[in-house]
Design a protein. Structure first.
Length: 94
């Protein structure tokens, strides 16, 4: 008889597994908007667009939240820093 290992094996939809109920919910993977639309450019002069990648307090949004791929996330962060340097975007919002 094989010993049972917790957390291993496939989860059944809607079945009670241990103490939690697995409802089978999976979040759809976000698609990088720059990979999807090849014509879209990342430019530090487009401050309105770059604001969508900045949180309320002035932090740059992570790629996990924005859905950008690693390459485009680095480019967005670089352009935000450029825009901050010439005062198109704030460093922080108080």
């Amino acid at each position: 008889m094989k010993p049972k290992v917790k957390g291993k094996g496939p989860l059944k939809r809607g079945k009670l597994t241990g103490k939690r109920l697995d409802r089978g919910f999976r979040q759809r993977r976000k698609v990088c908007r720059f990979c999807a639309d090849k014509n879209r450019t990342i430019d530090y002069k487009d401050a309105k667009f770059l604001e969508s990648f900045i949180k309320e307090r002035g932090k740059i949004v992570s790629s996990r939240y924005s859905g950008n791929c690693a390459l485009h996330q680095r480019l967005v962060a670089e352009e935000i820093r450029k825009a901050r340097f010439i005062s198109l975007l704030p460093y922080s919002r108080a």
